[in-house]
Design a protein around this ligand. Sequence first.
Ligand code: SF4
Length: 181
Amino acid sequence: MRKINEIFYSLQGEGYHVGTPAVFVRFSGCNLRCPFCDTQHENGVFMTDEAILEEVLKYPAEMVILTGGEPSMFIDEAFVEMFHGVGKFVCIETNGTFALPDNLDWITCSPKEGGKVVLPGMDELKLVYQGQDITPFESMPVRHFFLQPCSGENIPETIQAVLEHPKWRLSIQTHKILQIK
Ligand code: SF4
């Protein structure tokens, strides 16, 4: 049984896969307490893997995004394989503080203050910009670098930081602009 906050169908609003239809599986619970956390993930119900799969299969998208909270605390290889068995492309959105199963198809890591990243590599780094020095992150084993305004409030500063550090791309929370989930 795994504690699930919600399963819903929407567009990926941020980062590399922006605009892509995906089924989101939001786990309940996180090891960090970020002051800007905008996810109401605490409440959840315990579901069997079969029930989770049944819910996911109600939607036609190939992409499944494991999110939270912090999904890496609650998943294993068999759970990911369950989705591969029905042809899904399995992504995770993680703070990077826990080791991950090897069989994930896409890793998006959003490092957070106070959370040491232990991942040996990732497809996408999505950093919430709060004026910090972003150059140390550039040596991380990452394919795509995204810088994202904090709660949409410092967009000009974030654009300026990207212009000064062209390894990065701007990521906007389009789901908030579009008023979708
Ligand atoms: S790591 Fe993510 S889910 Fe956890 S508290 Fe921070 S912002 Fe919220």
